[in-house]
Design a protein around this ligand. Sequence first.
Ligand code: UDP
Length: 478
Amino acid sequence: HREKDEEMEEPLESHVLVLPFPAQGHIKPLLCLAKVLATSGLRVTFLNTHHNHRRILPRDPCFSPSPLLCFESISDGLPDNHPRSLERLEELVLSIKTEMKAHLREFLLRKRVQFPVTCIIADGIMSIGIDVAEELGIPVISFRTYSACCLWTYLCIPTFILEGKLPFPDDDLDKEFHGLPGAEGLLRRRDLPSICRSKIDSKLYRYFIDENIAMTRACALIINTFDALEAPMLSHLAPIFSDVYTIGPLHALATQSNVGQFSGRSESVSSLWIEDRSCMVWLDSQAPRSVVYVSFGSLVKIAIDQLMEFWHGLVNCGRPFLWVLREDVILGEKEENVKSLLSELKVTSQTRCLVDWAPQEEVLAHPAIGGFLTHNGWNSTMESIAAGIPMICWPRIADQQINSRWVSEVWKIGLDMKDTCDRSTIDKMVNILMEDKKEEIMKSMARISALASDSIGPEGSSLRNLERLMENIRKIGR
Ligand code: UDP
């Protein structure tokens, strides 16, 4: 009878649930993937938290979701007035693990009646997606939004702890760090992910280590990198995960697949902040390759004295600059002081333009941009590589420290000013990047950038992996 029943069963239409961690650097690449999948004919539900859903959608009247891409939201369990800031990240992750997990389960059960979800793509630090998928028997794929070098390092941290290498035996961050397979002779302690500097018994420490281990329970790993960039690190990941899909640089792959067509402006719904497009007009008035673009992403905050060091360093270097200064960028100051300082700084002139939030991909693609002073979030790093713009690295948290080491020492496409922040270093670094070592760094960047472009081209590994991913998602649905 069983065979007969199976024959008679209606095949399920593929329906992918995409579950991002609730932060800009996670929403952006997962939404990019969701759009690519929907454009290619798969039904996709993008599940934000209520908090981020409200920030992203109502702003863009041009936005008309494809009938195949549906935006929905659930509660993250925190009250509406919670700031959900980096300083209070622990409360957010604990609430995700408990409250949000229960909401996710309810959501999937409700969907069962309407359009059953056949596959979950869960952010690599949203293992609630894996837990609930296992309970309900839904296949789940992990999407890690970090680099392969960082993921590999995170996976080795439990071994470093067992070997007594972590926590660091003393405070000297300049000491060489040995023991990461594939990176011998490359790392100092300060190049490891920022959690390695914190207490190993903190809740956040545990959270990040556990999330990386949980990912290995998924039936595959998606990662926003490309084979030619990170082959040695990817070779360490291959035996750990059942299948690995490298699909980077994803934003460039998505643009190429004409994903923008169905949303009008494809970027506008990927940002939690409103883009100030006036900087594009300002860029049009600048000489080719003359402008330094400065952005520390969506989470990093800086102290007021650091901000002033950057300001003087940038003014002193004598080159025009475009600087993204979010309203919430300054750490630990009274709101009115911050407002008045930012409004003093944010006066556009021929040599400087400061905005709250920029259309970063477009900025990096603009011919006036000559260098990127970045915190090395992985999206920003990939966007810089795709655009062929060399970097000055000022990493602060998470994966940024390790990304910047690879940028400066492995790929040689930038300079790392990690853990220093004074006006003379900033001035000097900009001039080295844009003058003294310009040719040398641009040569490596042109090579890496061409590899990025090949990877998304007709025979490229990322494009092939994306096609393989879509094929496998369809098979799961049947
Ligand atoms: N971004 C942007 N406009 C800005 C600054 C950043 O659109 O003014 C985008 C950027 O293109 C990137 C994302 O925000 O895709 C930031 O992600 P990343 O991983 O670089 O850093 P995070 O914000 O997670 O620290």
